[in-house]
Design a protein around this ligand. Structure first.
Ligand SMILES: [Zn+2]
Length: 369
């Protein structure tokens, strides 16, 4: 009597756990909506390198957690997102770190549509690494990725607003405390990512009668890191997101053929897989089965974690090119209907037809008896 009941209960629990998976199956069935050449041209025309430079003017400073600069950069990113009408949440917590003791960390999480059922997440970290004896500003690590994400938010803002009723929305995560304070290891690194993954995992709600966590709502987490120098190379790291990585390659090829990429002589996204492990902010999400797209330069450039990772190595053409590829990808993933061209650029044929009709009417009325 008890055993069948126990079996029934166990079976129900298993069914329930597996069932969170109406979101998982929606994610697996999800297809991109291939962008048109007009879409790519529109995206290319809206690139805003001046804004990327303006963001870098504000955030490209040493910004170690707990310092006044860190607070300034945190406030700046939050302010920019709010000015663009994004919904901004701050995931704030205390943690104990080597050298400095207890510190307050703050992840910034922004979305243009908090009501969406699922999310494509774009992420980077905004803290910079502490060095005792050098001034380290971390341009590629990761001020430039932060500036790229803000430029995406700015230039796609209108198109994202229009698609608010869609099932999948864009979320931007600016992780805090990625860097180790002393020696990289499981207890001294990715402080913010560990906390946010834990928080989202335990934040549960009932949707369609199923108990789902905020993590279940993430279709894919695309993590940007070590981006900003000329001609980086990105490899595919995960089998379950390979089809999306391949789409990035195709978009890069299309944009190249359309001459929309500046000073682009070799591909950034390579059709090569590396299943080696790079430790980064994605790990706590990967551990909880969130699909990951890791856009990180491989191999790491020689400037990595040196004073030379500053504005001098930033190549704006490369940055704009990569952001254009990402915007093409995001537009396709979210099925955005991109801004229509100006009325002034529209086909003049309808105006000619109206003119001819009026002329015919005039002739008929005055000359045909
Ligand atoms: Zn770093």
């Amino acid at each position: 009597m008890y055993v069948p009941l126990l079996n029934f209960l166990l079976f129900s629990v298993i069914l329930r756990l597996g069932a969170t998976n109406f979101l998982k199956s929606a994610r697996e069935r999800h297809q991109n909506q291939v962008a048109s050449t007009e879409d790519f041209r529109y995206l290319a025309a809206s690139s805003d390198p001046n804004y990327i430079n303006k963001v870098l003017d504000n955030i490209l400073v040493p910004r170690v957690v707990g310092t006044p600069n860190h607070e300034k950069v945190f406030k700046y990113i939050k302010k920019e997102l709010r000015l663009l009408n994004w919904h901004v949440d701050v995931d704030e917590f205390m943690d104990k770190v080597p050298i400095f003791g207890n510190l307050k960390f703050k992840n910034i999480v922004a979305t243009h549509n908090p009501q969406a059922e699922r999310y494509l997440v774009l992420a980077c970290h905004y803290d910079s690494k502490y060095f005792k004896d050098i001034e380290f500003v971390g341009a590629i690590d990761s001020a430039v990725p932060c500036a790229m994400m803000l430029e995406i938010a700015k230039t796609l803002s209108q198109d994202l607003q229009k698609s608010k009723n869609k099932n999948v929305a864009l979320k931007l995560v600016f992780f805090d405390g990625e860097e180790a304070f002393e020696n990289w290891g499981p207890h001294d690194s990715i402080y913010g990512a560990k906390h946010l993954a834990r928080t989202l995992h335990s934040n549960r709600s009932l949707i369609n009668g199923e108990n789902v966590s905020e993590l279940d709502k993430i279709d894919m987490l695309a993590l940007l890191d070590l981006i900003g120098f000329r001609n980086p190379q990105f490899l595919n790291f995960f089998e379950n997101t390979k089809r999306w990585f391949l789409r990035l390659i195709e978009i890069e090829n299309t944009l190249h053929e359309m001459n929309l990429l500046k000073n682009h002589y070799s591909n950034y996204f390579l059709a090569r897989s590396s299943y080696g492990r790079i430790e980064d902010d994605h790990l706590p999400f990967l551990k909880r089965n969130v699909p990951i797209l890791h856009v990180i330069s491989t191999p790491f450039p020689p400037e990595w974690h040196t004073a030379k990772d500053n504005r001098d190595i930033v190549d704006m053409d490369t940055v704009v090119n990569i952001n254009l590829i990402l915007k093409g990808f995001i537009s396709e993933y979210l099925h955005l209907s991109l801004h229509p061209p100006d009325a002034s650029n529209e086909n003049p044929i309808p105006i000619i037809i109206v003119f001819l009709c009026a002329l015919t009417f005039f002739i008929y009325k005055n000359f045909v008896k």
